[in-house]
Design a protein around this ligand. Structure first.
Ligand SMILES: O=C(O)CCC(=O)C(=O)O
Length: 603
């Protein structure tokens, strides 16, 4: 039996005298496979604060940060000319250098700055040469490229999704600023996919046939027949095929870059879209009167933007983004506005010389950002006169962003818990029984360090990247995901709950009641064990504090009650650890000092 909670030196109502509440459910244990990539993500790293925790694993964090930075180019500022640096992108076939296209100086401009501050539109004298030179990889298909049935089905599906209330504003975080998106969105995609952008993980409604049927059975309406999710999947297939064709048609062979077809496809990257992030944008006038009024584009004076300048994040390197859009005019008899070109996509190169572009998009057109276009350009959406849907088909990263991944992390962490429980029991009996050999102590300390670190990583990842991300988006979001995600988040919460108990056992291993040596020479964990545990607990405490601050942000006040954050995972009297870990951290610091004194006394 482990010590009662009060003896840990901080107050919790009930201690870890029970077995893990949640040996994962059968569904989870079925997948007891070795983790494929082994490496836990920088667990919670995207959300972690920068307090004193940073000092302990500073180097490690820096490395992890560098690794994760590649995926998110959103709103990064670059100095003029910086765009001419080659960046290396990792692809399944290794690292491929990605060079920005050559820059273009307007013939009428005397300086780079003047050229870079200009905007070209189709029909301008230098539009075509500029696009060919500096915007390679941008391609627009006119509406006629897709079949009429495809257009009609897509328009019907988007309208049903709107009627079903599937579109919501995402509340994003950039630095300390928390703000809702101007547009409303929904993510649809492969089973178990999520998409992480601007510190928010959004969860895909699965377009898998079985999940569509399960959704219908569970009473979560997926709308009329055919299900809009199925229609989006079909649109996705159509755009995959079309993207492959566009990639083929737009390959350029240069003399020093003689391409075999495999070399060419290496640069083409994937167009095997696994998610569609669908945006619903109100007409400019209505959007400007809304709770989240549009802002004017400030760099070029392009007017109200529904999506401001950015490059897309969390995409597989060199992968294509295909954007299909359709406009509706509520005032017109025939709602679908076929000839509307009031919506524009704006593009800019990041080289400090090339003019920006303002490209009108006829309703039902599709545009493509091919290969590494997204790495060297930003895009924005300039609001038009009608309601608009844009279905953005992407090849999102999958390493750390699928349910399979986090399930593997949890299964592996939960598997280590029995060992930790035994170690906690041993540590307790040693404290009572006196002397153990130093060797035994060293092995114990090393094993404890490893288990604490792995458990801490998994615990932070599942709590901050998954469970809290899910509930941050509110009760209505949870209901909308009843068919697939809610149950899975429940499984992850069970695993997290077991990990909380594991962390308590790790604490138990480190407890030093009095000064050992006064009553005999008990087991003393080493300094690293304490530092590691302090790191793990402080990281959780800081991330929780940051999360609560974010959830309390005024940005949520603009949303209906049902879309506001839910404080989960929940803590109860019987929880192994309290939600506020500061007292535990203080106790750990005391034990560390006592252990150090005891060690010094021994010398
Ligand atoms: O709607 C569009 O054309 C693009 C939307 C976009 O940039 C985004 O969703 O990130």
């Amino acid at each position: 039996m482990l010590a009662p909670p009060s003896s840990l030196g901080f107050t919790v109502a009930r201690g870890p005298t029970r077995a893990p509440r949640s040996t994962p459910r059968p569904g989870m244990s079925k997948a007891h496979k070795r983790p494929r990539d082994g490496a836990a993500r920088p667990a919670g790293a995207r959300e972690e604060g920068r307090g004193k925790v940073a000092t302990f694993f500073a180097a490690k964090k820096a490395r992890r940060k560098a690794e994760s930075a590649g995926g998110d180019a959103r709103e990064k500022k670059r100095a003029p000319g910086a765009g001419s640096r080659a960046v290396e992108a990792r692809s399944p076939r290794g690292k491929i250098p990605s060079r920005p296209p050559p820059s273009y100086r307007l013939s009428t401009c005397e300086t780079d700055d003047a050229s870079a501050a200009s905007v070209l539109r189709p029909g301008d004298d230098e539009y075509e040469p500029c696009v060919r030179r500096a915007y390679a990889g941008f391609h627009v298909d006119p509406p006629e490229t897709l079949a009429r049935e495809t257009h009609d089905a897509a328009a019907g599906a988007f309208e049903s999704m709107r009627a079903l209330g599937m579109f919501h504003r995402d509340v994003l975080a950039a630095g300390n600023v928390v703000s809702p998106t101007f547009v409303r969105r929904v993510l649809v995609g492969e089973r178990g996919m999520t998409y992480h952008y601007q510190k928010l993980r959004i969860f895909a409604h699965s377009w898998h046939e079985q999940d569509i049927s399960a959704r219908a059975r569970s009473g979560v309406s997926s709308g009329p027949d055919p299900s809009p999710l199925r229609v989006v999947r079909e649109l996705n297939e159509t755009l995959k095929a079309r993207s492959a064709r566009v990639l083929k048609q737009t390959r350029v062979t240069t003399r020093d870059d003689e391409m075999t077809s495999s070399h060419a496809s290496r640069h083409d990257g994937s167009c095997d879209f696994n998610v569609a992030l669908i945006n619903l944008m109100d007409a400019s006038a209505a959007a400007s009167r809304s709770d989240v009024p549009l802002k004017d584009e400030s760099r070029y004076g392009m007017g109200p933007t529904s999506v401001s300048w950015h490059s897309d994040s969390s995409l597989q390197p060199f992968s294509t983004v295909a954007v299909y859009h359709v406009c509706f005019d509520e005032r017109a008899k025939n709602l679908q506005k076929k000839n509307d070109s009031s919506w524009h996509v704006a593009l800019r190169a990041l080289d400090g010389r090339t003019p920006a572009l303002r490209v009108p998009l006829p309703s039902r057109a599709t545009y493509y950002m091919l290969r590494d276009f997204n790495a060297h350009h930003h895009h924005a959406v300039l609001a038009g006169d009608t309601r608009r849907y844009s279905s953005t088909h992407r090849v999102a990263v999958v390493d750390k962003d699928t349910f399979d991944h986090i399930q593997r992390v949890c299964v592996s962490a939960v598997r280590s818990l029995p060992e930790l429980r035994e170690m906690a029991a041993k540590a307790k009996s040693r404290r009572k029984e006196l002397a153990t050999s130093a060797e035994h102590g060293d092995a114990f300390s090393a094993r404890l360090a490893r288990l604490t670190q792995n458990l801490g990583d998994a615990h932070r990842e599942v709590e901050f990247q998954w469970i809290r991300m899910f509930w941050l988006q509110g009760e209505e979001h949870a209901r909308a995901h009843a068919a697939y995600w809610r149950e899975r988040i429940g499984e992850l919460t069970q695993a997290w709950d077991a990990m909380e108990l594991g962390l308590r056992w790790a604490l138990e291993c480190l407890r030093v009641d009095g000064v050992p040596g006064a009553t005999g020479r008990g087991f003393l964990p080493n300094r690293r064990n304490y530092d590691l545990a302090l790191y793990v607990f402080s990281a959780v405490a800081e991330a929780r504090e940051a999360h609560f601050k974010r959830a309390a942000s005024a940005a949520y006040a603009k949303l209906p009650e049902t879309q506001r954050p839910v404080r989960k995972p929940a803590f109860a009297e019987t929880s192994p650890l309290p939600e506020n870990l500061r007292p535990a951290i203080a106790a750990l610091a005391r034990w560390k000092t006592r252990a150090e004194r005891a060690r010094a006394g021994e010398r």
